[in-house]
Design a binder for this molecule. Structure first.
Ligand SMILES: Cc1cc2nc3c(=O)[nH]c(=O)nc-3n(C[C@H](O)[C@H](O)[C@H](O)COP(=O)(O)O)c2cc1C
Length: 152
């Protein structure tokens, strides 16, 4: 059976809510095995990082320290553990792409950290979702993931 990990970090619960609903959607729509990994939990429980044995999609909110995202304010402050997990012992090779989370009020900084990860690691931004996302966001992202897994 094919397997996919949904690897994420969530500080105020929006990304977590989306990932949980997405996991249910994927399990309902396919027979793929889906496993969620919340990197914040690994850090909190002092679980050492490990290498993944199947493809995954990363889900990443943006928390920048102010500025306008053009000539300043592009420094991420709170979600760096997800980047450390992706960078851990070649884990980036299994990443099918990143889904960015943010708030459009941040204008040029909207989902900027996901774009930075795409440049840093060389995978694509699969999609961008505002706050918790709506049902149509779940469906759109879910269909993209099913397509990626089918082509694996
Ligand atoms: C201090 C702070 C800074 C933020 N900076 C940005 C930002 O630069 N760009 C953006 O798109 N969203 C920004 N957001 C919005 C969050 O990315 C958005 O609320 C996201 O859904 C949070 O995900 P989470 O609840 O999973 O932690 C910021 C939110 C806070 C509280």
């Amino acid at each position: 059976m094919k397997k996919i990990y949904l690897v994420y970090i969530s500080l105020s619960g929006n990304t977590q809510s989306f990932v949980r609903r997405l996991a249910s959607y994927l399990q309902f729509q396919s027979d793929i095995e889906v496993e969620e990994i919340h990197v914040k939990d690994l850090v909190k429980q002092a679980i050492p990082f490990y290498t993944l044995d199947a493809p995954y999609v990363a889900f990443l909110p943006t928390y920048l320290e102010g500025g306008n995202g053009v000539d300043n304010g592009d420094t991420e402050i709170l979600t760096n553990p997800l980047g450390d997990f992706i960078a851990y012992e070649g884990n980036e090779q299994f990443c099918l792409g990143v889904v960015g989370f943010g708030n459009r009020n941040f204008n040029h900084q909207y989902c900027l950290t996901a774009k930075q990860y795409s440049q840093r690691f060389g995978f694509s931004v699969l999609d961008e979702v505002e706050l918790r996302g709506l049902n149509n966001d779940i469906e759109r992202v879910g269909k993209k993931i099913l397509e990626l897994v089918a082509n694996k």
